[in-house]
Write a protein that binds this ligand. Sequence first.
Ligand SMILES: Nc1ncnc2c1ncn2[C@@H]1O[C@H](COP(=O)(O)OP(=O)(O)O)[C@@H](O)[C@H]1O
Ligand SMILES: O=C(O)C[C@@H](O)[C@H](O)C(=O)COP(=O)(O)O
Length: 327
Amino acid sequence: MSIEFNQDRNYDIIAIGRACIDLNAAEYNRPMEETMTFTKYVGGSPANIAIGSSKLGLKAGFIGKIPNDQHGNFIKQYMSEVGIDTSNMVVDQEGHKAGLTFTEIKSPEECSILMYREDVADLYLNPDEVNEDYIKQSKILLVSGTALAKSPSREAVIKAVSLARKNDVKVIFELDYRPYTWASKEETAIYYSLIAEQSDVVIGTRDEYDMMENLEEGEGNNEATVNYLFNHSPELLVIKHGVDGSYAYTKSGDVYRGLAYKTQVLKTFGAGDSYASAFLYAIVNGKDIETALKFGSASAAIVVSKHSSSEAMPTVEEIESLIAQQG
Ligand SMILES: Nc1ncnc2c1ncn2[C@@H]1O[C@H](COP(=O)(O)OP(=O)(O)O)[C@@H](O)[C@H]1O
Ligand SMILES: O=C(O)C[C@@H](O)[C@H](O)C(=O)COP(=O)(O)O
């Protein structure tokens, strides 16, 4: 099975949501309290996915709000330098700031992130800043779940999804659950299920699907998720299980498993975003689902062996070479 995209489009993918700053511990194997130096990168899951896609050769655009300061300038400049169209990135005029993510690398297995997301510019994207003329030029609208956490960004995303559906743009929903901006699990489940039901493809970890289904972590199972969502719009579901790999389910009843590749892990974050960008690259290029799972897993294996999430995004050649080495 492969997904049919409208070929007559200027962009392969337009992502909507946050473009922020990652501050990654430059000193390894220690807790954040003892980390004195951090390296700055562009971050934010949908920005990372757009960057990864663009580095793989997809034509990418971005809809989001960035602060009117040096961080906003850095984000916009970096994204445009990697080839992303930034014409629909709006500069905030109300003093809101960039979201900051500090990362801690205690060991390759024990990593965590600490997000500063109070009053961040990305959550102030207004519905009137989402343009139909832009969205209708793309094959894919990539929606990040975190953009649903608060108004007015929530309404901006709901509008974007409805414009995408109206214009035959595939809606790909990355659940991207970050507890830092949500008021409650109940609220998360309401908005996650609302958008998942209207999407063509949903990508998330098992825990994120549990969140969508308003279950405790570990309570859900893939079969129940598939039965629920295939009663609605989705035609493809990707459920990730960390180092245990990932599964893809099609509405027609096929199930595929992607195994994780062996790698020298430096840190665990960045896996999800690199996985999504390479998976999407593969399906946009007409590759079958099994190959797309390999692309996603290989891309993630490369990024977890490097220091950043965005800057470390691999090329097609690097991904193909890892697949050729490990199968
Ligand atoms: N330690 C690891 N080594 C190799 N691949 C990994 C590792 N962790 C994750 N991956 C790959 O990245 C994919 C996504 O990782 P996962 O942890 O499920 O997502 P997220 O980062 O969104 O929480 C996995 O399906 C796997 O292919
Ligand atoms: O999404 C964010 O705002 C933070 C990211 O930029 C950060 O690099 C990260 O946590 C990525 O992790 P992933 O979801 O495992 O790809």
